[in-house]
Write a protein that binds this ligand. Structure first.
Ligand SMILES: Nc1ncnc2c1ncn2[C@@H]1O[C@H](COP(=O)(O)OP(=O)(O)OP(=O)(O)O)[C@@H](O)[C@H]1O
Ligand SMILES: [Mg+2]
Length: 235
């Protein structure tokens, strides 16, 4: 469904992503793992059209999208829950969710999307009238994922959803990711420094090092790979 072929992304002289290729098939959970600064977030921003690619190609359902703008990519079916959540703290949870639905037209479809995210995250439903900034870190992460879901994506991109959260909340968020994927068939691109978690959830995963993909395989295969175990799983 979404294909990157040999993409490079630059910040001026720095080539943060260097000739990376990967594929996100329909209904798949694909993980991108790697250390700080490896280029994972930069890759997601390039997929969303928030950064231009300096080389390579991007295809959505077979069609070239290198010059397609961000909001058009959202309309096509891509949505990002960014690193650090980026909620509007002084707006209510509900208003944050409605921001995510700005490409969705019609009251019925918006209500339907709300129903889906409230079913997935009952705590978000309970807190919907509260200011987003008053929520706990875990609740804010749920709102950030819910906001991306409000766009009704075919591919949901999550940048570090487990970062800084207690194990119990991480488990809740992981369960929600699996449910979204199972129940709606939505594909997920999961960026994580928590390699163990990501590899457990992912059908397929790519390992980033200094802007390059140095390994890829099924989540299970990479969990069993001695190199990955030593470098990323602390074994
Ligand atoms: N806006 C920017 N301007 C210049 N350099 C940047 C910018 N954003 C990121 N970089 C650099 O690009 C490289 C890749 O950063 P990126 O944020 O993609 O890494 P990451 O894999 O997401 O890391 P982390 O796990 O810490 O989030 C790093 O060397 C980083 O310092
Ligand atoms: Mg990052």
């Amino acid at each position: 469904m979404l294909e990157a072929e040999g993409i490079s992304v630059r910040y001026g002289p720095l080539e943060a992503v260097r000739g990376v290729s990967f594929e996100v098939g329909e209904g798949r959970i694909v993980a991108l793992i790697g250390a700080n600064g490896a280029g994972k977030s930069t890759t997601l921003k390039a997929l969303m059209g928030m950064l231009p690619i300096a080389a390579g190609s991007l295809r959505w359902q077979g069609r070239a999208i290198e010059s397609t703008g961000s909001s058009e990519r959202v309309r096509l079916g891509m949505a990002l829950s960014p690193e650090g959540r980026r909620l509007f703290p002084r707006m209510t949870v509900l208003d944050n969710l409605l921001v995510g639905a700005h490409v969705v037209h019609g009251r019925k479809r918006i209500d339907h999307a709300l129903e889906l995210v409230y079913g997935l995250f009952p705590r978000v439903a309970e807190r919907r009238r509260q200011l987003a900034g008053s929520l706990s870190g875990g609740e804010q992460q749920m709102v950030a994922i819910a906001r991306a879901l409000m766009a009704g994506p075919k591919v949901l991109m999550l940048d570090e959803p487990s970062l800084g959260l207690a194990p119990k909340i991480v488990a809740e968020i992981a369960a929600a990711i699996v449910r979204i994927n199972n129940e709606t068939g939505m594909a997920v691109v999961l960026v994580e420094q928590n390699a163990r978690l990501a590899l457990k959830l992912a059908h397929h995963a790519y390992v980033y090092e200094q802007g390059r993909i140095i390994r890829s395989g099924s989540g299970a295969a990479l969990l069993a790979d001695p190199f990955v175990q030593k470098a990323y799983l602390g074994l």
